[in-house]
Every structure is written in structure tokens, then in C-alpha cells.
Design a protein around this ligand. Structure first.
Ligand SMILES: [Zn+2]
Length: 414
């Protein structure tokens, strides 16, 4: 690989993209949620066009798509590489002033415009892997937006690489850049069927070598207790207090299934809000697990304990469940080669593969359930959503090599 040349291209692209303010807005009623996201999306469309991709377009929702046509006789499944342009809502993305630390020496990193912002090695042990790398940080006053402009720079540079290396055989490769991932609606209006890709990868992960394809199955639950409110001076043998039934119910919840006692592959039953009076008292929950069957166990636990609490006080009760999102593994386990080929690509490049479950949701899960199996790959982004966000250019370069190698693996195996 022409390492130096493509490392430079990644650097130039990344430093350019992070200067666009593309923060999304959870309270907006438009789509995309902010106009400013469209500025970068339009420029990305033009850049794809200039690179020479076909069918380059931006639609009414801001989805930028393009195709790099197959250069092989073989019938290879159509791959897609996906990144989001918006940045997180917690910290401002306006006037990002990226700082490049070349040949990092392994010490704590003081951010230049806020004396209190120091990226300490002690609390960021990943930095130990980055000695000798070129690291981009903020100036301490904004986020960086490596989440997910690193993904955009990686995908753009990988496509650039494939175009300039026609000796690398590949099938049809599609690109998708989308807005509004950070507000949970990144692929809400995206027409997966029309897009026409068979398998996809979101480039939005963290540490080098990471591939994620399991996330929580998520349900909400609401339990209501109904009592009988009566003037407390005349309530003897008549009043039924819904607050007491609800309070007792909460004490019955099993500790071993709570978020404060679980990690890794263990799920939980988590009470989040309560609303109570004598007549009616309700509580809402989130239920999370990597296995759908476990969610059914949690529903059973809630039903059983609610009945026990209601019976104890002579109250009535009602339980409702609603699905929030599903694990992408429910689909990906039937298309496991999308994961295996990515692992093989990293193996070939000498990158140690790290798989870990996502204890939350992700855009790739929505795409997966819309019919595009879509695990998440590393770009190197660290400390995302904060002022101490940083990324190594060499990690982004390895992410780009992984994308190129994945295209090769799919062609060879077809
Ligand atoms: Zn992201």
C-alpha cells in the first residue's frame, strides 16, 4: 500500500470534515434535524462525484449515496459502507479547532485552550498503543467529531484507493452517508430495498480491530396499580393504597437482573420512572438482553411480582410491554459470513480482532432489521461525545485498509 500517500489523504479529509458544524438536534421537527448537516452532505456528494463514482446523489432527506461499479467477471454480493455526518448533542461542534500531535510520545495530552482539559494516560490506557502515531485532538472547547467523521474519511479514502488501484478486483460497492444518527433517526427514512445492497458495514466503531454485531433487544414496560382512595379519616377496612402496592413491588425486583449488577452479556430489568397517588400508581421499565428469550423471562418476572404485590394489598394491576429495538444479531446470525469475512480481512492485515457486545442500540441494527445485515467496524475514535475526543491517523488508516481488504475477500470468495 502507498502508506504515506493515503495516510496524508485521510488526514487532509478528516481535518477538513471536522471543521463543518454538523451537530444534530433532538428537538427538531425537520429531517435532517439541522440544515447545517446538509452543507457537508452536499459537499460529500460532490467529492464522490469528482472521485468518479456513478449514480451519485443526495435525496430529499439528505441521504448521500453512490456506487463504485464492479470490475470483476464474478457475481459478487453488493457491499455498502456507511457513516454518519452529524455530531453528538452533548458538546458543541461549532468552531472545531483540531490539533495534530505528530509522533506522539506517550505522555498526558494538555488541550491548548482549556487548562482543565488533560487527556491523561492513566484514565485513557488506549493511548499506550498509540506511541509514535499522529493523534488529532480538540483544543479543549468543543468535541472533535471523529464520531463519525473518521468513518466518512475512512470510507471516502478506501473508495479513492480502490479507484486508483484497478488491479484490486471487487464487486459493486455502495456508499451511504447519513444525517441524524446521534438523535436516533439516522436511517429512519432510508429505503434499503431501493438502495439495493446485500451486506453492509457501518464505519463508526472505536478501538482498532473492533467488530460489533450484537446489541441489546430492547423493550419498555409499564406497570399500573389501581387502589381505592377514601377520606383517610374514614378509611378503615376500605382504603386500598396503590402507592403501597407499587412500593412493595419495587422491593421484590431481583437484584441479579439490575443494571448496577450486570455487565458483558447479562441483561437487566431497570425501573426508570414512577408516578404515584393513592388511587393509581405506575412505574415504567426498560428491559434489555442480548437474547430475545431472556426478555420473555423478564416479562414473566414482572407479571408474577406485580400480581404478588397487588394481591398483598387487594389492589388491581395492569402490565403493558412495547418493543423498542432489536439486536442485529437476530438477523446477522443467519448471515454470519458478513462478520467472518471482516474478521478474515483483519487477520490478513495482522490486526487483532476484538468482538464485544454493544450494551445499547446502533444505526446498524436498524439497517439490519430493514434487510441490510450491517455490523459495525472500528475507525479508532476515542472519548466520543466529549471535549477529550481524540483519534489516531494510523488507526483510521488501518480502518481504511480493512475496508479495502473486505472488498477483496468478498470478491475472492464469490
Ligand atoms: Zn457515531
Amino acid at each position: 500500500m502507498d502508506n504515506k500517500k493515503y495516510l496524508d489523504k485521510i488526514k487532509t479529509r478528516f481535518l477538513k470534515y471536522v471543521k463543518y458544524d454538523t451537530q444534530s438536534d433532538p428537538d427538531s421537527e425537520t429531517y435532517p434535524s439541522t440544515e447545517k448537516e446538509l452543507v457537508l452532505l452536499n459537499d460529500l456528494k460532490n467529492e464522490l462525484n469528482e472521485l468518479g463514482l456513478d449514480d451519485t446523489k443526495i435525496d430529499e432527506y439528505g441521504y448521500v449515496t453512490a456506487i463504485l461499479k464492479s470490475n470483476t467477471e464474478k457475481n459478487v454480493p453488493v457491499l455498502a459502507f456507511v457513516s454518519h455526518v452529524d455530531t453528538a448533542t452533548e458538546v458543541t461542534g461549532k468552531k472545531v479547532n483540531p490539533q495534530l500531535i505528530e509522533n506522539y510520545d506517550g505522555s498526558d495530552i494538555q488541550l491548548i485552550n482549556d487548562a482543565t482539559q488533560v487527556i491523561k494516560v492513566e484514565s485513557n490506557p488506549y493511548l499506550k498503543n498509540l506511541v509514535g502515531h499522529d493523534i488529532v485532538t480538540t483544543d479543549g472547547t468543543t468535541l472533535l467529531g471523529a464520531d463519525d467523521k473518521s468513518g466518512v474519511a475512512v470510507v471516502m479514502s478506501a473508495i479513492d484507493y480502490l479507484i486508483n488501484h484497478p488491479e484490486i478486483k471487487h464487486g459493486d460497492i455502495k456508499v451511504l452517508f447519513n444525517p441524524d444518527e446521534e438523535v436516533g433517526t439516522g436511517t429512519k427514512f432510508f429505503d434499503v430495498e431501493k438502495f439495493g445492497a446485500d451486506y453492509g458495514y457501518t464505519l463508526d466503531g472505536s478501538v482498532k480491530g473492533e467488530i460489533e454485531f450484537e446489541n441489546f433487544n430492547a423493550y419498555g414496560a409499564k406497570v399500573k396499580f389501581f387502589g381505592k382512595a377514601i377520606h383517610p379519616g374514614y378509611a378503615k377496612d376500605k382504603m386500598i393504597n396503590a402507592i403501597k402496592a407499587l412500593s412493595y413491588f419495587v422491593t421484590l425486583l431481583p437484584d441479579e437482573h439490575s443494571p448496577e449488577h450486570t455487565d458483558g452479556y447479562k441483561g437487566f430489568i431497570h425501573p426508570i420512572t414512577m408516578n404515584s397517588g393513592n388511587e393509581e400508581a405506575s412505574i415504567t421499565f426498560i428491559l434489555r438482553d442480548f437474547e430475545l428469550e431472556k426478555i420473555n423471562d423478564y416479562k414473566e418476572i414482572i407479571n408474577t411480582l406485580a400480581k404478588k404485590a397487588a394481591d398483598q394489598f387487594g389492589a388491581k394491576f395492569e402490565v403493558e410491554f412495547n418493543e423498542q429495538y432489536k439486536s442485529m444479531n437476530e438477523v446477522i446470525k443467519n448471515h454470519i459470513k458478513v462478520v467472518d469475512y471482516a474478521k478474515e480481512a483483519m487477520d490478513r492485515l495482522g490486526i487483532e480482532v476484538i468482538t464485544k457486545p454493544i450494551r445499547g442500540g446502533t444505526d446498524g441494527a436498524t439497517l439490519t432489521h430493514k434487510g441490510l445485515p450491517c455490523p459495525k467496524l472500528f475507525t479508532g475514535q476515542q472519548n466520543y461525545h466529549g471535549k477529550q475526543e481524540y483519534i489516531s491517523l494510523q488507526d483510521m488508516f488501518d480502518s481504511m485498509r480493512t475496508v479495502v481488504e473486505i472488498c477483496k475477500v468478498w470478491e475472492e470468495k464469490s
